[in-house]
Design a binder for this molecule. Structure first.
Ligand SMILES: [Fe+2]
Length: 372
C-alpha cells in the first residue's frame, strides 16, 4: 500500500489535486480486491473527503443500512482504509444511543473494549467500555494528543460517537502524526529522540488539603488516583503503574505522582511508519497556548511543577522550554483539520496515525468514546 505521506507529497505539485474528492483522490490500486456492497460499489468507491488533507475519510449511509452490518461485512477493507487515511467518519447511519455505539465499537474491536484505567482525564463511564469524553471545562481547548501516549501500551484504535452535537464549537480536531513528525523542527526532533520524554502526572489522594480542593473546584483539572484507578488500594496503583513501566511517588497528602519515560516518536505497529507520538506539548501550559491570564492563574494555583496535574521534561530532567512547546504546537497546527460534528456520527481513529483534541464550545455537547 502506498504511504499516505508520500502520496500527499506527490500530490502537492499538482494544481487542484487537493480539491479532488472521492475515488479519484485516492491512490489507485491501494484498496483493490474488495467485495462490492449492496449498491454494487466497492467500499473505497464510497469514500469522500471533507478537506484537502483527506482526514478523515468519510463513508455515508446508503438507504438506512445498519452500521454494524457494514462493519461486519467489510472488516478487512475498512481496516486497510483506516491504516491508510488514519481516520474514518461514518455519517448518516442513525446511531442514537450509547448502547448502539457500544455495539458498533465492539464490532470494530472484536468485543475488546479497553477500560480507561490510569488515565489522567476526569471522565465518567457510561456503559461497559464506553466513556464520556473528558470533563475538562468547555471554555478550554484540549491540545492535540495521541490517547494515553504517556503509557507504553497506548490504545491502538479509538471510536467516537456524537450523541449530542455541539451548537457552537466543540469540534474534535484531527492531525496526521506522520506529517507532524516530518514537520517538527529537526533540532527539537533530534534532542527529544536522543533524551526521551519524562511524563509526570499528579493524582490527588484522600488527604488533599482544602486550599487545593478549592483550586480544583475552580480549575476542574485534577482527578484522584482513587477515581483514575477505580480503587482505594495503593498497592493496586503501584502494581498497575509498574505494569505500565512507570513509578509512583506518594506524598504526605497521599497524592500519587506517577512518572513514565518514553520516546517522543514510535513506529506504527502494523505499517512501521514513524509517527510523532507524545503528549509533551499538551502536558505543558504556556502563555501562548492558554493565553497569559489563564497561564498566570494556572502557575499560581500549581506553583510546583511536580504537583501539577500533568507535567513533562526531557527524560534526563532538562526542562522543555516555552519556545520548544510553541514550535511543536505550530508543527501540529499546520497538520490539523476540523469539521463540525453531526448527531449520530461514528468516528474511528487510528491512535498511532492521528492525534485528536477538542475545541472550546458553548451549550450542550455529548461525545462518547471507546478504545481498544
Ligand atoms: Fe483524548
Amino acid at each position: 500500500m502506498l504511504n499516505k505521506v508520500g502520496h500527499l507529497n506527490s500530490l502537492a505539485g499538482e494544481p487542484g489535486a487537493w480539491n479532488r474528492s472521492g475515488v479519484d483522490a485516492q491512490p489507485q490500486n491501494v484498496l483493490k480486491d474488495l467485495a462490492s456492497d449492496r449498491e454494487g460499489m466497492q467500499i473505497d468507491e464510497r469514500l469522500t473527503f471533507l478537506n484537502e488533507m483527506q482526514l478523515p475519510a468519510v463513508i455515508t449511509a446508503i438507504h438506512g443500512e445498519p452500521l454494524v452490518e457494514l462493519l461486519a461485512a467489510r472488516r478487512e477493507p475498512l481496516a486497510a482504509i483506516l491504516r491508510h487515511y488514519g481516520a474514518i467518519l461514518f455519517r448518516g447511519f442513525g446511531l442514537r444511543t450509547a448502547e448502539e455505539f457500544q455495539a458498533a465499537a465492539a464490532e470494530c474491536f472484536g468485543d475488546v473494549l479497553r477500560p480507561y484505567v490510569g488515565g489522567i482525564s476526569p471522565r465518567a463511564k457510561v456503559t461497559a467500555g464506553v466513556y464520556e469524553s473528558t470533563r475538562f471545562p468547555n471554555y478550554l481547548r484540549i491540545p492535540q494528543h495521541n490517547e494515553m501516549s504517556y503509557l507504553p501500551d497506548s490504545p491502538r484504535t479509538l471510536a467516537f460517537f456524537c450523541e449530542v452535537a455541539p451548537g457552537n464549537g466543540g469540534e474534535t480536531p484531527l492531525a496526521d502524526s506522520r506529517i507532524v513528525y516530518e514537520r517538527i523542527p529537526a533540532d527539537i526532533r533530534e534532542r527529544f529522540e536522543q533524551a526521551g520524554i519524562r511524563y509526570s502526572r499528579y493524582l490527588y489522594g484522600p488527604r488533599w488539603n482544602p486550599l487545593n480542593r478549592l483550586f480544583n473546584l475552580i480549575s476542574e483539572l485534577h482527578t484522584s488516583w482513587m477515581e483514575a484507578f477505580a480503587t482505594g488500594d495503593r498497592a493496586v496503583v503501584e502494581r498497575v503503574c509498574a505494569d505500565q513501566g512507570g513509578s509512583v511517588h506518594w506524598d504526605w497528602e497521599q497524592g500519587a505522582r506517577i512518572t513514565n519515560d518514553l520516546p517522543p516518536a514510535r513506529l506504527h505497529p502494523q505499517t512501521g511508519e514513524k509517527v510523532w507520538f507524545n503528549q509533551a506539548a499538551s502536558f505543558l501550559a504556556t502563555p501562548q497556548s492558554t493565553g497569559l491570564p489563564r497561564w498566570l492563574l494556572y502557575t499560581a494555583a500549581h506553583p510546583f511543577p511536580h504537583r501539577r496535574p500533568f507535567h513533562a521534561t526531557l527524560a534526563n530532567g532538562d526542562p522543555i522550554s516555552h519556545s520548544q512547546v510553541s514550535r511543536i504546537n505550530a508543527a501540529i497546527e499546520s497538520a490539523t483539520v476540523r469539521f463540525p460534528w453531526q448527531r449520530g456520527d461514528f468516528l474511528l481513529v487510528d491512535n498511532y496515525l492521528v492525534s485528536h483534541g477538542r475545541m472550546p464550545f458553548k451549550g450542550d455537547r455529548r461525545i462518547l468514546v471507546a478504545m481498544r
